[in-house]
Design a protein around this ligand. Structure first.
Ligand code: 6PG
Length: 242
């Protein structure tokens, strides 16, 4: 697994660089395999990338008819809810590019969590076959070290065979639907986008601290045959020692 940390002065520069990486990954995948499978993260940070990628200077360099979009996790809310990861991506990116509706695979957060997880796993297995080899998977980092909806101390961290599970998050008193570490680790490339001083302690613990994924689940992300890139701003990188 190749891994690198790239530090940027601000969100604008991360958004620009991440957009270039998406375009490069898309062009490589489409040339080599005829399609680009792109897994999106949620929360607020991805807005930096989505809004950049939606600009014609970037969007016009991608053959959207061959792009297939998925999510690494979703909240248990309807698709038009303010907390929906799908809604964030739709409003900031998908509504602004010519991607066919059939190429967008939303996690059905509005239905029973266990049913949603099973349905989404079926969707992924139907698309990918034996291994969930995403061409590019975006992830974020919570200030508690979670990624996707793999939160510290939750059951989903133990999952070794399912690709998607329902995960009860005590601290949020809510269910989430999330891809699991095995599914994440089959990706060709995983890209973390992390900004803000509030992420600095968790980022240092994940990258430089002892291996304790039950406490810092982002440490579970170790793509077996893929690249891992950490795109971070100076504020989030402030506690790193190397
Ligand atoms: C989610 C995300 C989650 C996110 C982190 C960071 O559904 O919330 O998938 O893993 O990436 O919580 O969120 P911010 O980007 O909002 O800091």
């Amino acid at each position: 697994m190749a891994s690198e940390v790239v530090v940027f002065p601000d969100g604008e520069s991360i958004g620009r660089s991440a957009a270039e990486r998406v375009i490069a990954a898309a062009q490589e995948a489409i040339t080599a395999r005829g399609r680009f499978s792109f897994g999106l993260s949620g929360g607020s940070t991805p807005r930096l990338l989505f809004e950049m990628l939606a600009q014609p200077a970037f969007a016009d360099r991608i053959d959207w008819a061959r792009v297939f979009v998925f999510w690494g996790d979703e909240r248990t809310v309807p698709p038009d809810h303010a907390d929906s990861n799908y809604r964030l991506a739709r409003e900031t990116l998908l509504d602004h590019v010519p991607i066919p509706a059939d190429n967008v695979f939303r996690i059905p957060g509005e239905i029973d969590p266990a049913e949603a997880a099973a349905a989404y796993e079926h969707t992924l297995r139907a698309f990918f076959g034996k291994r969930s080899v995403f061409d590019l998977l975006l992830l974020g980092l919570g200030d508690d070290g979670h990624t996707a909806s793999l939160f510290p101390g939750t059951v989903a961290l133990q999952e070794e065979t399912r690709w998607v599970v329902e995960n009860y998050v005590e601290k949020l008193a809510t269910w989430r639907i999330t891809m699991t570490a095995p599914a994440i680790n089959d990706a060709r490339q995983v890209m973390f986008l992390i900004t803000g001083a509030n992420k600095a302690p968790a980022l240092r613990a994940v990258l430089e601290g002892p291996h304790q994924p039950a406490v810092y689940p982002a440490q579970l992300v170790q793509p077996e045959n893929g690249e891992l890139v950490w795109m971070v701003d100076e504020a989030a990188a402030a506690a790193l020692t190397r």
